[in-house]
Write a protein that binds this ligand. Structure first.
Ligand code: XMP
Length: 515
């Protein structure tokens, strides 16, 4: 982003690095995460107003650990060093870092001296902070003074006397440090003198200019999935280049009730976007015939999607040169950060993901945004709330929620139960409290009694989870009366279901989807 007031976050592998970025962006200040080994020359060229050195799992005394280029301490730009970052600073300036003194959890931090970092706090005041570290700084290096301490940390925060370098041994970015946002606000506003100019409106204006520069007069294609990211990306590109954009929506036959209609309504009618809808449900269902294995299903659907999309893109004609993708910042960070890739549990090949040999250049207008920022941009662009606030939906769709073989009949049963479930969640005002809610059709039948007759029908499982990012999740504690209404409506209204179960497994060890 070409904004003057921006903060550079150098990443040393902390699980909280993204949260640092979140806290700074919440102050409406733009920031980016880069590898901790970025050279001082590169840092200078990036022109940050301030630098945050993240935490990390290493010890400064270990071999081959990522360390900041010591020349960054002489650039003169303010630095906030967090946890491992603070230990690096202490080490670089000849201070003492005490190894192997693990501490994890809540601590009471006492502010010992006035500091711009603790502007708005009183000297002598105690605040709750979250600590999570192996080593710690035992003595400030020469030229630094202690500004806060805890019972176990003699130097919980320090600052340099002759330059704007600050260090904290705790994590102001986590929710367990309740006043942490104030500490980041002090850093970006009091110390770095940034202005809070990073807003959805300013982002949209900048993006429009950049998109126009990138694509010129060429034609552009965008695959819509019905999800938040591709919807917002499409709306933004359309705002920039109007009818040069053609959107393609593939009806895989694996969508939820009314999904295709809702995409058509929003994009074609409401936003006036040129939209091609391809009904490929027969293809997808034919390819899935007899297939029960979840990974096999994903592969088949991914391959079929690419075929259909390629054909549709060619048919849309107009020799499009560019393809819009709804890549978000967390995906980008994963690829630049010092962290290694995590183990693949399910192949989440994004079904909007297309092969590299397609001759398109990518337009990725959301590359710098987190999910909640994408939602705000969507709102600002006039997308309906039901679209921007949507729960995530997997690319393979209902095919991985009809357990076992996928047939048209079983999809229809699931679709109906799922629609009732979501309708009642919305009616109870709970939709936004839940990360993801959906019904799963189980491959078992159970005995029941309806009227005077014995039934032998399907079982549906209901899943609802809370989560921050889908990586871990907990089951949602529904009020019992809401579950009661959902269960009785599904059993009474969906022909073919005579039993409803609620899934009370957390992730891990379960996953969010059943397949
Ligand atoms: P799991 O089931 O792995 O899901 O806990 C985590 C998140 O990923 C979504 N998911 C998928 N998304 N293709 C996708 O695009 C897939 O194959 C896929 N499988 C799971 C899931 O809905 C949840 O949000």
């Amino acid at each position: 982003m070409e904004t003057a007031d921006r903060i550079l976050i150098l990443d040393y592998g902390s699980q909280f690095t993204q949260l640092i970025a979140r806290r700074i962006r919440e102050q409406r200040v733009y920031c980016e995460i880069h590898p901790g080994t970025m050279s001082a020359a590169e840092v200078r060229a990036w022109k940050p107003r301030g630098i945050v050195l993240s935490g990390g799992p290493n010890s400064v005394y270990d071999k081959d650990v990522p360390l900041a280029d010591p020349a960054i301490y002489d650039i003169g730009v303010p630095i906030l060093a967090v946890c491992y970052g603070m230990q690096m600073v202490a080490h670089a300036f000849g201070g003492k870092v005490k190894p192997g003194s693990r501490e994890y959890g809540r601590a009471d931090l006492r502010i010992d001296a006035a500091s711009p970092l603790f502007d708005g706090f009183h000297v002598g005041e105690s605040i709750v902070v979250w600590a999570s570290h192996g080593d710690h700084v035992d003595e400030p290096p020469a030229g630094f003074t202690t500004v806060a301490s805890t019972r176990t940390l003699p130097v919980a925060a320090f600052q340099a006397v002759d330059r704007p370098i600050y260090g904290v041994q705790f994590h102001p970015e986590v929710a367990h440090t309740p006043r942490g946002a104030e500490i980041y606000a002090n850093f970006v506003f009091e110390i770095c003198k940034c202005e809070p100019t990073w807003t959805p409106g300013s982002f949209i204006d900048d993006s429009i200019t950049r998109i126009r520069q990138q694509v010129g007069g060429a034609h552009v294609i965008c695959g819509l999935s019905g999800g938040v990211d591709s919807s917002v990306a499409a709306a933004l590109v359309h705002r920039a280049i109007g009818d040069q954009l053609t959107c393609i929506f593939v009806d895989t036959g694996l969508l939820r009730e009314q999904e295709r209609e809702s995409v058509e309504r929003t994009f074609r009618q409401h936003l006036g976007i040129r939209l091609v809808v391809v009904d490929a449900s027969r293809d997808f269902l034919a390819n899935l015939e007899g297939v029960e294995d979840p990974e096999q299903k994903r592969k088949i659907i991914g391959a079929a999607f690419i075929r259909v999309f390629e054909r549709a893109a060619a048919d849309a004609g107009r020799d499009a040169r560019f393809l819009v993708q709804g890549t978000l910042y967390p995906d980008v960070i994963e690829s630049v950060s010092v962290r290694g890739p995590s183990a693949t549990i399910k192949t989440h090949h994004n079904v909007g993901g297309l092969p590299e040999d397609m001759k398109f250049e990518l337009v990725e207008p959301l590359r710098e945004l987190f999910k909640d920022e994408v939602r705000n941009v969507g709102r600002e662009l006039g997308l309906p709330e039901e679209m921007v606030g949507r729960h995530p939906f997997p690319g393979p769709g209902l095919a991985i929620r009809v357990l076992g073989e996928v047939t048209e009949e079983r999809l229809a049963v699931l679709r109906k139960a799922d629609a009732i479930y979501l309708e009642e969640i919305r009616a109870a005002g709970l939709y936004d409290d839940i990360w993801q809610a959906f019904a799963v059709l189980l491959p078992v039948r159970s005995v029941g009694v309806m009227g005077d007759f014995r039934t032998y029908e399907n079982v549906v499982a209901l899943r609802a989870v809370t989560s921050r990012d889908g990586m871990t999740a907990d089951w949602f504690p529904f009020p019992h009366d809401v579950l009661a209404i959902i269960s009785s409506r599904i059993i009474n209204e969906v022909h073919g279901i005579n039993r409803v179960c609620y899934d009370i497994s957390s992730k891990p060890p379960a996953t969010i989807e059943w397949e």
